[in-house]
Design a protein around this ligand. Structure first.
Ligand code: FES
Length: 142
C-alpha cells in the first residue's frame, strides 16, 4: 500500500474499498443531499421507513475516502433505528464506529450526519402527521 493509505485505519479502509449500502432506493421515503463548502464533496442518503423505523438506507457519495467510509458506516448504523432515534444521530458515532478518523477528515463524517438529517427532514415534511413533538423540535432546530 502507498503512504496515502496510512492516514486511515483498517476499518476505514474496509468501508472505503467495500462500501456497504451504496446506491439509491426506489421510491425512497426521505432523501437528503448535502455538500461540503470547503471541499465540494457531495453526499446523498435515501431512506426507506416503515412503521416509524428505518428499514433501509443507501448512499451515493462523490467525495474523499473518508466521506465514502463515513456514509457507508452511517447507513449501517442507522438501519433499524426509529426516526426519533435517528434524529439524534451524531457524526461522533460514525467516527467511533470507524475506530477514528484523522483530525483533518472529521468534517467528512459531519457530512454523513447532515445528509441523514436532511433525509429525515424530507421524510417528516412529507409526513408531518408522523412527527412527534421531539421530532418537530429537532427539525425546527436543524
Ligand atoms: S474531503 Fe470533502 S468530505 Fe472528505
Amino acid at each position: 500500500m502507498s503512504d496515502t493509505y496510512t492516514l486511515y485505519n483498517n476499518t476505514v479502509m474496509d468501508h472505503f474499498m467495500n462500501p456497504r449500502n451504496m446506491g439509491d432506493i426506489k421510491d425512497a421515503d426521505g432523501i437528503g443531499e448535502v455538500g461540503a463548502a470547503a471541499c465540494g464533496d457531495i453526499m446523498k442518503i435515501s431512506l426507506k421507513i416503515r412503521d416509524g423505523k428505518i428499514e433501509d438506507a443507501r448512499f451515493k457519495t462523490f467525495g474523499c475516502g473518508s466521506a465514502i467510509a463515513s456514509s457507508s458506516m452511517a447507513t449501517e448504523l442507522i438501519k433499524g433505528r426509529t426516526v426519533d432515534e435517528a434524529l439524534s444521530f451524531s457524526n461522533q458515532e460514525v467516527v467511533d464506529a470507524l475506530g477514528g478518523l484523522p483530525p483533518v477528515k472529521i468534517h467528512c463524517s459531519v457530512l454523513a450526519e447532515e445528509a441523514l438529517k436532511a433525509a429525515l427532514e424530507d421524510y417528516l415534511k412529507k409526513h408531518p402527521e408522523l412527527a412527534t413533538q421531539a421530532c418537530k423540535s429537532e427539525v425546527v432546530a436543524a
